[in-house]
Design a protein around this ligand. Structure first.
Ligand code: PEP
Ligand code: MN
Length: 340
């Protein structure tokens, strides 16, 4: 259930609504909007209480209207917030009408590799620097990332270039540590349904980039976002990165392009697209970048490496610095009236 307050509602009106909801033993969540405040009831409401409560809330001062949310996710829904959410970090906006690009290596390998990449992608127009320090690898024998040393390099590169940084968190116990060094915590595809991790970052005041699991439906993805939102953290950014493919012979995953307009229509959360992990092959990354922009994505997350053939992780899908610069020009021309 969502209570949309009128634009002239006072703070006292809002508090009265929250108190009334609490009197029914239910949990209220207040979402400040541009013009008006919305209050969502996040606990489940029994049928008999619903009608009485709707009537009571409708009679309170400052209440515009009370609506039932038809979907399993509440706070992530457009019904809860009809306006596009924008997550702002150090002056960089993620969410319509801005198109924001994150770029960088799959894994941070050393200072030179990261600095060279950061300086170049920043010049090409990327506002976010990505780089993994704790890597989820299929094989325990593969390079697992530099850990804290990598986080330090990421922070250094972010500060040197003025870029906002994003890196993956795999373990909830690392949350505070990673947040000391990076601006955005990435929850990878493998952890999309790690509910204790989702709840832990939900209790923090830090932006979270939530990737879609390759086998997850759109509802499962949005419910994963709901785990973060219902703990009080509203800074959630979604990222489509490909779902299990019909044919693995040619691509790693299948980029679900259709998920972009679908999710944008049912949720207010910003949606980025990661074409690199979807394709698994750099040859297909430029066209997927363009497709994502044309389909209405709010930005991209692209793997870029100064020497992809020497990359310790995901080299085959990494763009070179030059190709990334060219792709950025193409994407810009497709973004129409968006702010780049
Ligand atoms: C990554 O971004 O490097 C990564 C591991 O992505 P995903 O979780 O989408 O596989
Ligand atoms: Mn990768």
């Amino acid at each position: 259930m969502i209570v949309a307050m009128r634009s002239d509602a006072t703070q006292a009106d809002i508090e009265r609504v929250v108190e009334t909801i609490a009197e029914y033993g239910l949990r209220a969540m207040t979402l400040p909007g541009g013009e008006r405040v919305a209050i969502g009831i996040t606990s489940s409401i029994s049928h008999d209480v619903r009608d009485t409560l709707t009537e009571v809330l409708n009679s309170l001062a400052g209440v515009g209207h009370v609506t039932q949310v038809s979907r399993a996710y509440k706070l992530a829904s457009r019904e809860f917030n009809p306006v596009d959410s924008v997550v702002e970090i150090k002056g960089v906006k993620i969410g319509a009408p801005t198109f924001t690009v994150a770029a960088g290596p799959c894994a941070i390998e050393n200072r030179d590799q990261l600095m060279q990449t950061a300086e170049s992608v920043e010049k090409s127009g990327a506002k976010l620097l990505r780089g993994g320090a704790f890597k989820p690898r299929t094989s325990p024998y593969a390079f697992q990332g530099l850990g804290v040393e990598g986080l330090k390099l990421l922070k250094e590169a972010g500060e040197a270039t003025g870029m906002v940084t994003v890196t993956e968190i795999m373990d909830q116990h690392d949350a505070e540590l990673i947040a000391e060094y990076a601006d955005i915590l990435q929850i990878g595809a493998r952890n999309m349904q790690n509910y204790s991790l989702l709840s832990a970052v939900g209790r923090m005041d830090v932006p979270v980039l939530l990737k879609r699991g390759p086998g997850a439906t759109i509802d499962e993805w949005l419910l994963a976002a709901e785990y973060i939102l219902c703990q009080g953290n509203s800074k959630v950014i979604l990222c489509e990165r490909g779902v299990h493919p019909l044919d693995r012979a040619y691509t790693r995953y299948t980029l679900d392009i259709l998920a972009i307009p679908v999710v944008k229509s049912i949720s207010h959360l910003p949606v980025l697209v990661d074409p690199s992990h979807a394709a698994g092959n750099r040859a297909y990354v430029p066209s997927l970048c363009c497709a994502a922009a044309a389909a209405g994505a709010d930005g991209l997350l692209v793997e870029v490496h100064p020497e992809p053939s020497k990359a310790l992780c995901d080299g085959p899908q990494a763009l070179t610095l030059d190709t990334f610069a060219t792709v950025m020009q193409q994407v810009k021309s497709l973004c129409g009236n968006k702010v780049f």
